[in-house]
Ligand binder design. Sequence first.
Ligand SMILES: Nc1nc2c(ncn2[C@@H]2O[C@H](COP(=O)(O)OP(=O)(O)OP(=O)(O)O)[C@@H](O)[C@H]2O)c(=O)[nH]1
Ligand SMILES: [Mg+2]
Length: 318
Amino acid sequence: VSPDAPGPAELLARGREGEVRAVARLLSLVEDRSPLLREVTLPAPRGATVGVTGSPGVGKSTLVAALVAAYRQAGARVGVLAVDPTSPFTGGAVLGDRVRMQHHATDPGVFIRSMATRGHLGGLAWATPQAARVLDAVGYDVVIVETVGVGQSEVEVAGLADTTLVVLAPGLGDGVQAAKAGILEVGDLFVVNKADREGADQVVRDLTAMLAMAPSEPTRWRPVVLRTVAARSDGVEAVVAAVADHRAWLTASGGLRAARVRRAQHEIEALALAALHDDVRAAGGAQGLRALAEAVADGGMTASAAADTLAQAARHSR
Ligand SMILES: Nc1nc2c(ncn2[C@@H]2O[C@H](COP(=O)(O)OP(=O)(O)OP(=O)(O)O)[C@@H](O)[C@H]2O)c(=O)[nH]1
Ligand SMILES: [Mg+2]
């Protein structure tokens, strides 16, 4: 960073004025875990974050593109974070999504960013919510977080947004998959996409039956099942309406703030762990780890004692 490069406060101000490059730089600071971010404060979020998750190929990106169009039509500015927990931060991620988003790429009311988080300890937990907060702070009314990926990452991502959409599609054995991945518990809205295909009704029935097995508590949101043909934008208005309903419910029940506090807790912990991880790496790097490892391997020291030595060195380096 050159000395006269604008700091984060300046970038935030420029971002609010609609300078896309400033927003992009802020998100790079987030990805780099830049200490500069300690210099600014962000206002309490005004807008909504919507997570979109589901198995590969169900139509998440197509649905996101259709949602963006619907929100734009309603006059909202929209940020899209396409998160790929399976590939490293360095570019190239979610290329297919870029293509699908091309339609929106030239719209100044839409900001699209790919984030890949592998290789960054806890990156999904700390980078995504911070990026969403930054987008909110510069004036995007809705931030949509799409995750590419399977399994656990879907469940993790569910914790990152105010409202989580789980997308399913017929022909992928999704009902069963959903139950396995623990995704039934995390979805606020279930969208059965590709409703133009055979088997969509069955997926809706399976899903509804599985959701009905969950104990019903008056204080809990009852998940909604919707169907869409995202490729034709069919059913997308109903999704937008259901997101708004969920949000209204969250606000009224006090759940919105509670979830945000919970999220911030994960985020802080993940950032602190990443910082500690750096310290341990640095302490071990100066030949220390190698020497300790030799002592352990040759029988001079237990791994526990060596770990303690390393941890001490890491603490002193702070
Ligand atoms: N028939 C039909 N095809 C659709 C529909 N929505 C999306 N598709 C197609 O399904 C394929 C996958 O769509 P994507 O939007 O890339 O799916 P995705 O879930 O984002 O995929 P990944 O990001 O790879 O996990 C594409 O060929 C879409 O054109 C739909 O409603 N009906
Ligand atoms: Mg996609």
